[in-house]
Design a protein around this ligand. Sequence first.
Ligand SMILES: NC(=O)c1ccc[n+]([C@@H]2O[C@H](COP(=O)([O-])OP(=O)(O)OC[C@H]3O[C@@H](n4cnc5c(N)ncnc54)[C@H](OP(=O)(O)O)[C@@H]3O)[C@@H](O)[C@H]2O)c1
Length: 252
Amino acid sequence: MADPTPPTFLAATLLHHSTPPPATRPHVTLTFAQSLDAKIAGAQGRQLILSGKQSMVMTHWLRTLHDAILVGINTALNDDPQLNEPPHHLPRPVVVDARLRLPVTCKLLRNFQGKTGRRPWVLCAASLNSAFLERKSALEAAGARVIEIPLQSDEQPEGRLPVPSILHGLRERGVNSLMVEGGARIIASFLAESVVDALIVTVAPVLVGEAGVGYQYPTSLSENGDVLPKFKAIHTETLGQDTVMSFASIPW
Ligand SMILES: NC(=O)c1ccc[n+]([C@@H]2O[C@H](COP(=O)([O-])OP(=O)(O)OC[C@H]3O[C@@H](n4cnc5c(N)ncnc54)[C@H](OP(=O)(O)O)[C@@H]3O)[C@@H](O)[C@H]2O)c1
């Protein structure tokens, strides 16, 4: 990152809600890059580098402004991200991985072992299954901190950790600001819970086509206009070929 300070519009977006985070959760920034036809990945989830160089630098700055960065397990498996930006502040990597599918060879763990990244936290559901316990021991031996997230009810879809419990668990452990990077299911889950304080979307001038992966807002919520999450536009910036739009949530 050649520039010595982050782009000013990032601070304006993040500080829009200047109150301290609630006791039950961190401040949440949701950010992702999408094509003109609203796809965040290619067919079969193939990783697409949608952001150009300048908006990638903006995303790197955004990472340094948060205590932790969260991704879903499919993103961790598919993209094997590093989620850090040495030598700047290293945010805590967090993987939402109910069934502990994260491989011990992933870059997040290799970075931690090589002292170029912080210890990854892996959020899972409690289980006494012997194969699960073996995977848990292997991840812990490789350096991960495995954190069990309580399920709220039997109605929780299988493999889904409840977003409020995820956020509460992170806040309890000292995370005051969280950047959520995707993928599609995680984006949908966080939007559905109306816990997104700042939303930063990079739109790249490309079309991916209908086989690409987009995020879906749950139909049962969007049918009722009263409960749609609302955002206020804060800023639009052109970075190279990309358009970066930032929004802040509007209280209900
Ligand atoms: N363009 C971008 O900015 C961007 C950013 C990040 C990722 N991506 C792309 O997104 C794709 C992955 O997206 P994805 O939707 O397949 O996977 P994802 O959102 O990365 O991970 C979803 C998985 O996380 C687990 N999970 C546990 N609790 C959850 C909850 N409350 N809500 C949602 N998921 C929960 C589930 O795993 P189990 O199945 O084990 O239960 C679920 O299948 C990749 O292709 C990646 O390249 C794009």
